[in-house]
Design a binder for this molecule. Structure first.
Ligand code: FES
Length: 280
């Protein structure tokens, strides 16, 4: 039996946003009933933002929970922000998924890309990604396998099957998956050796937002409040962090210095070296 988090159970038992949007602006479909999982995602877009999202799925509890979580996560986001959501963000939102069920979060991310492509008039090919089909049973390409290995730091063929389903049928493709895995792991290790240690690994968008909020709440605000000032996080758009100064900080002549050499420097140090802090 799978060990599901309370959040997965909550989204599975009481899924949010089930159904279709009749006048959807974008529809994305992934999977097929033959493979056991299929997801259809509908989005409604206004002024470049997703204002509504709904789904229909024919999958297991994790597929329902992942789809439900995804629809909650994308609402209110711009299309570009939504495209930054990774399958790991979906799993993190649910407090984690059993590794055997990670392919459900991958399916969610692919349906989102397909729905946004559909809205933008970009044709999504039958195969969600270009490349050569490696696993005939589940129609998984080498590009999907490489991407899953890189994004999720997968280390075994079994992991690849859990994340992509490739290899979970007749197993004829296992030697090819093993070859791709060795190649991608080799390239990742060479890259890691070349890159100097220091800046932390790149964060997903959701992780970056959570970390920014945490550093602001736990470190920056208390030190500003001690001098009668304050700061509020307004928005995070990629590596741009928008804040609003409050209290004595709002009319302080050196507020820009505080933002750059205090707030921005600290966030670059502990969250992401590319962060830019801007006043909202
Ligand atoms: S070809 Fe991959 S499991 Fe059958």
């Amino acid at each position: 039996m799978w060990d599901y988090t309370d959040k997965v159970k909550e989204h599975f038992l009481n899924p949010k946003n089930v159904g279709k949007i009749e006048d959807a602006d974008g529809v994305g479909e992934v999977g097929s009933l033959a493979c056991g999982d299929a997801l259809r995602l509908f989005i409604k877009v206004e002024d470049g933002r997703i204002v509504d999202a709904r789904f229909q799925t024919f999958g297991c509890g994790s597929a329902i929970a992942s789809s439900s979580a995804l629809t909650e996560m994308v609402k209110g986001k711009t299309l570009d922000e939504a495209l930054q959501i990774t399958n790991k963000d979906i799993a993190d939102y649910l407090g984690g998924l059993p590794k055997e069920k990670m392919h459900c979060s991958v399916m969610g991310r692919e349906a989102l890309e397909a729905a946004i492509n559909n809205y933008r008039g970009i044709e999504t090919p039958d195969q969600p990604l270009e490349g050569e089909v490696v696993c005939e049973c589940f129609g998984v390409t080498d590009v999907q396998i490489r991407r899953a290995i890189e994004e999720n730091d997968l280390k075994s063929v079994e992991d690849v099957t859990h994340y992509t389903k490739a290899g979970g049928g007749c197993e004829r493709c296992l030697p090819d998956i093993e070859k791709i895995l060795a190649e991608v792991r080799g390239a990742m290790e060479t890259r890691a050796e070349r890159e100097p240690p220091g800046p932390p690994a790149r964060l997903t968008n959701l992780q970056r937002i959570q970390k920014v909020q945490q550093v602001i709440d736990e470190e920056i605000r208390p030190s500003l409040q001690a001098d009668g000032g304050d700061l509020e996080l307004v928005d995070v758009d990629g590596t741009k962090v928008y804040v609003s100064l409050r209290g004595t900080c709002s009319n302080c002549p050196s507020s820009q210095i505080t933002l750059k050499s205090g707030v921005e420097a600290r966030l670059r140090e502990v969250v992401d070296p590319d962060i830019q802090v801007l006043e909202a």
